[in-house]
Unconditional design. Structure first.
Length: 107
């Protein structure tokens, strides 16, 4: 079994759902951290979802607040992501939030 530590980053320039991470084939990922930083001086909110292999969408965080110029760690426990599952993030306002996820891929 291979173990690879990785990260994924997005600058949310729209209010559309944006893919943060897609778990590769024959892989399980253990997401350890989802950091969200607000860089415009205005409080904002973020929604995080996971889409499974059958295209069903599940809310992980619904409209979670991030203070002006603040950084928030969303995860308090690891989140297991299975093969082909997709983590998406959606900002309430464009051009305010950056998201960085840290995870371990096991294949």
């Amino acid at each position: 079994m291979a173990h690879n530590y990785k990260n994924a980053k997005v600058d949310l320039t729209t209010t559309n759902a944006t893919v943060l991470y897609t778990c590769p084939t024959a892989t399980t990922a253990i997401m350890k951290s989802i950091l969200v930083s607000e860089d415009s001086g205005n409080a904002d909110t973020l929604t995080v979802t996971i889409t499974d292999a059958a295209a069903a969408v599940f809310s992980v965080f619904k409209v979670k607040a991030v203070g002006a110029n603040g950084t928030v760690e969303f995860l308090t426990e690891p989140l297991v992501i299975e093969e082909s599952e997709i983590i998406k993030v959606t900002a309430a306002t464009a051009n305010r939030l950056h998201v960085v996820a840290s995870f371990l891929e096991v294949s």
